[in-house]
Design a protein around this ligand. Structure first.
Ligand SMILES: [Zn+2]
Length: 173
């Protein structure tokens, strides 16, 4: 029996003057950065919460508390690698991921393919299973005023049959 689970994630960071944002493990150009204890990668943080939600918790704040100096300045990509290992340890595999970055700047369209490729590479999944979209907030609220960036993500994961080991699969191919 194939067990399929989904999870939703959300994150928001305040934007401050700086040398560029980290988005999905990619440094964007521009003169803004996210205010954060970590590297402030809003996309990866929302994606991690979606994946953890699909697994059945904990959430990102419980797993990687920002009160812990071990996570000061830590790269989103590194946190995502740890979540990937958690998925594997629990015998889950990713089916697909979809993300919506909401921001006035930077524009997501020119960099979304690069971000999706980076996320696929970090997670070791096919590029076509990762989708990234950009959205403006139509000048509304703090995000619309360019004071913050937010991201919504959804993850679909599948429980692999524990009786079939990776070596079984390899021996048949
Ligand atoms: Zn965050």
């Amino acid at each position: 029996m194939i067990k399929i689970r989904s999870g939703v994630g959300y994150d928001i960071h305040r934007l401050v003057p700086g040398a560029g944002l980290m988005l999905g493990g990619v440094r964007t150009s521009g003169n803004l950065q996210a205010e954060a204890h970590s590297d402030g990668d809003v996309l990866i943080h929302s994606l991690i919460d979606a994946l953890l939600g699909a697994m059945g918790g904990p959430d990102i704040g419980e797993l990687f508390p920002d009160s812990d100096p071990a996570y000061k300045g830590i790269a989103g990509a590194e946190l995502l690698r740890r979540v990937k290992a958690m998925l594997a340890a629990r015998n889950f595999e990713i089916m697909n991921l979809d993300c919506v970055v909401v921001a006035e700047a930077p524009k997501i369209a020119p960099i979304k393919a690069e971000i999706a490729e980076k996320l696929a590479a970090i997670l070791g999944i096919p590029r076509e299973d990762v989708n990234v979209k950009g959205k403006s907030k139509e000048k509304l609220d703090a995000v619309g005023r360019g004071e913050a960036i937010e991201c919504f993500s959804i993850a679909m994961i599948r429980y692999k049959n524990p009786s079939v080991s990776a070596s079984d699969i390899e021996s048949k191919t």
